[in-house]
Design a protein. Structure first.
Length: 377
């Protein structure tokens, strides 16, 4: 590694050190650096636990437990200046232990980490946000044999790299990162390089792994879920069509919602259903956060009148950290349970009729203002 000297138009070598020489420790330093900035490993990872010891009948501890954007568990083992001989076997043991963790186990582990670390917050909400999901019930975590292993060290012994390269032939997802401290005067730098597999090879191997049995099984499960959703939306739309004309020509789909326009672009009416609720909502997302919040605020200023027309309280979600906002009414229920569907559909159709009626005039006013503003521009 070299430092560029602009004045002299030259490069100066940085000096490589061991972590021990610089007084750095594995858990106190390297582990904390990665926990605070997991993106140094080249992807978005959510750290859900440090020093994880939730392995029954053992005293072993995993350095860091994380989730990737696909909801797979990522086990991160740090070794400071040398991997030692047994790190591969150790990591495989941890992966086997973690393979049995359920979705609720993972949520509980993450919640304990948030509470103990002082960050606070709700684990469910954090998982939904990280995985870009609509609802916690829609999330799938630790599916099949998708556990991943990341090994981090300054030096990898040949017996370790040889074993890992052999294991990669069996589509196990293992990555090795070499970390090295570099020094230039009083400044210390950290180099983080993925050495196994190389990025191009890794992308090819992940493509092959996507055909593994567990993902084929997951695809079958997802196909059945889509079938049930289509059935539910078909039933609901049959009930809604005669009463709510805007939904009369909407076709059922396999998504968790069906939409119809409200007359204002980017502000649709949605029916939404999951394993825990049925919802009707006005969803505000015209692509611009400030504009979305402005429309929400204008409607919120008429809250009393709107709720009086609706005949009940509504839930107003400005969603400060998101681009969109929503106004909704919900009922508890699981649309996968056929016995619960009639009550859910009855509530949702009635609530949508009342929501549409209560927002008709306010949305007409907003549409006129938007049209006038567009003409002025």
């Amino acid at each position: 590694m070299f430092k560029i000297n602009k004045d002299a138009n030259s490069i100066e070598p940085l000096r490589s050190h061991t972590f021990a020489d610089l007084g750095f420790r594995e858990r106190q330093h390297l582990q904390e650096w990665i926990a605070k900035t997991p993106s140094c490993l080249g992807e978005d990872l959510l750290i859900i636990q440090k020093e994880f010891s939730g392995f029954a009948d053992t005293q072993e501890r995993l350095d860091l437990l994380a989730l990737d954007k696909q909801g797979s568990l990522v086990l991160i083992e740090n070794k400071l200046d040398d991997t030692g001989r047994d790190v591969t076997w150790q990591a495989l043991k941890y992966a086997s232990y973690c393979s049995s963790l359920s979705k609720d186990n993972i949520r509980s582990i993450f919640q304990e980490y948030l509470d103990r670390g002082g960050a606070g917050g709700d684990a469910k909400e954090a998982l939904v946000e990280f995985l870009d999901a609509e609802d916690y019930d829609e999330i799938t975590l630790n599916k099949g044999s998708t556990q991943r292993i990341i090994l981090i060290a300054a030096n990898f012994r040949k017996e370790v790299t040889s074993t890992i390269l052999w294991l990669l032939n069996f589509k196990l997802r293992i990555q090795c990162f070499r970390v090295r401290p570099w020094r230039a005067g009083d400044d210390i730098f950290l180099g983080v390089d993925q050495i196994i597999p190389t990025k191009d090879v890794e992308e090819f191997m992940i493509g092959l792994a996507s055909k593994s049995l567990d993902e084929v099984e997951a695809a079958a499960e997802e196909k059945n879920r889509h079938k049930v959703r289509r059935q539910f939306w078909a039933e609901l739309l049959r009930a809604a069509g005669p009463k709510i004309p805007r939904f009369a020509n909407i076709s059922p789909n396999h998504f968790h919602y069906v939409s119809a326009g409200s007359g204002v672009r980017g502000v649709p009416y949605n029916f939404v259903a999951s394993k825990s609720y049925g919802r009707v909502e006005l969803y505000i997302d015209r692509g611009d956060k400030d504009e979305n919040k402005s429309i929400f605020d204008e409607l919120f200023s008429q809250r009393a009148t709107i709720e009086q027309a609706f005949g009940a309280s509504l839930t107003w979600e400005r969603l400060e950290d998101k681009r969109a906002s929503r106004i909704k009414s919900e009922i508890d229920g699981d649309f996968f349970d056929e016995a619960q569907r009639p009550a859910m559909i009855s509530f949702m159709v009635d609530a949508m009729m009342r929501l549409e009626s209560s927002l008709k005039d306010p949305l007409s006013q907003i549409q006129r203002k938007l049209k006038s503003r567009s003409q002025e521009e």
